[in-house]
Design a protein around this ligand. Structure first.
Ligand SMILES: *Cc1c(COP(=O)(O)O)cnc(C)c1O
Length: 382
């Protein structure tokens, strides 16, 4: 269970019912005479950009699609490079490969996000974009990374698949770079089953992406769709009306969700913070985390694995760390070429990740959950 799922209820169903009772239209495009002016995806986009104080929003079929569509605005060639971080879901790198560019991964630091020093080393004349990930709900050193990208004139894209509703310096994650990408898959803070969203600073980026995600359609009001104008080819990443309907209802729950996640996160940390052999993940000043997971470091890999074992005995599963790095750490991706190299080792990142333990945060957390975590840690440290 993940938080968005925990809250799926009659509000989502009510939104869906208006589609079946009134509009009887499942696609966001077309059927103007039939749909009785009901446009769920458009309404979801409008609410989303308002909530995030952003000018332009575009809904798509997944978070992976959102990153791919964001990269379409760069018109990448095969010698171009896009930099992201070694600790992320494999989707970030897959989207770069699909865009035709070469993926390059940076080491992470103790924030578990992009290490700005390594970013500086990896930028070269072929670097066209940086994709910053707010892994598991907390930002890294965004200010430093923003400065580097600005100075080097490189486009900054955010993978906000985690961190939806979190902030940095008072601004929402996903609105800090030029394009923000969100995921609403079944594991994320709010969910539409599958789905994604992009937020844009520039109108030109929005217009290009909106056309590209719809085969190049410019939705020119002077023509019927089958005679529509176009400047480029594209692909189909259109969100459908049922996803839009569920998204509208889920978005209304986001604020409460993130607030409760923070409360639960703090309750767990309060119960365990006095152990001197565990250390909280580094969180930059002025961050408001979305608290998707509570992550701390044990002394070494052995202790982290032992803690996972003890937690499982308490029927608590860890979230990605330390057990699931196969899908979330570039050092394990032997099936992907990085910058032309079959496998990079990312030793610095591995050392940080292998001693990290990630506790899932639920909306409906049981009262004794913090004590159970404490009990498991006590056993490992005794
Ligand atoms: C989930 C996730 C994605 C992809 O989102 P989907 O909606 O599942 O395609 C991308 N990046 C990160 C970091 C993710 O966790």
């Amino acid at each position: 269970m993940t938080p968005g799922y925990e809250l799926i209820s009659k509000e989502e169903f009510k939104e869906i019912k208006t589609i079946f009772n009134k509009s009887k239209t499942l696609s966001r495009m077309g059927f103007k005479e039939k749909r009785k002016n009901i446009y769920k995806v458009e309404e979801f986009e409008k609410l989303f950009k308002k909530k995030f104080n952003s000018k332009y929003a575009l809904a798509v079929t997944s978070g992976t699609a959102a990153i791919r569509v964001a990269l379409s605005t760069l018109k990448l060639k095969k010698e171009d490079e896009v930099i992201t971080q070694s600790f992320t879901f494999v989707a970030t790198v897959e989207a770069i490969i699909e865009s035709g560019a070469k993926p390059v991964c940076c080491e992470i630091d103790n924030t578990l996000n992009m290490d700005p020093k390594d970013l500086l080393k990896k930028i070269n004349k072929n670097t066209k974009a940086v994709i910053l990930v707010h892994m598991l709900g907390s930002p890294g050193y965004v200010n430093l990374i923003k400065k580097i990208c600005k100075r080097k004139r490189i486009k900054l894209i955010e993978d906000t698949a985690w961190g939806c509703g979190g902030k940095f310096n008072g601004n929402y994650l996903g609105t800090l770079g030029e394009i923000g990408c969100f995921s609403f898959d079944f594991a994320k803070t709010i969910t539409t089953g599958e789905g994604g969203m992009l937020l844009f600073k520039k109108k030109s980026d929005y217009l290009f992406a909106a056309a590209w995600h719809d085969h190049g359609h410019q939705n020119n009001k002077n023509f019927p769709r089958w005679e529509d104008t176009r400047d480029t080819s594209g692909f189909n990443y259109r969100m459908n009306e049922m996803q839009g309907a569920v998204g509208k209802a889920q978005l209304k729950k986001l604020q409460r969700l993130v607030k409760v996640q923070n409360i639960n996160y703090n309750m767990i940390w309060k119960a365990v913070k006095n152990f001197k052999d565990i250390k909280l993940r580094e969180i930059p000043k002025n961050s408001y985390i979305s608290a998707d997971a509570l992550i701390f470091f044990m002394k070494n890999k052995n202790k982290a694995l032992k803690l996972r074992h003890e937690l499982l005995k308490e029927k608590i599963s860890t979230k990605i760390l330390p057990e699931a790095i196969k899908w979330h750490f570039a050092g394990e991706w032997e099936h992907i070429k990085f910058n032309g190299v079959r496998k990079n080792k990312f030793e610095k990142s591995r050392k940080i990740l292998e001693k990290a333990v990630s506790i899932p945060i639920l909306f409906n957390m049981k009262k004794n959950f913090p004590d159970k975590v404490k009990k498991a840690i006590t056993k490992v440290l005794k």
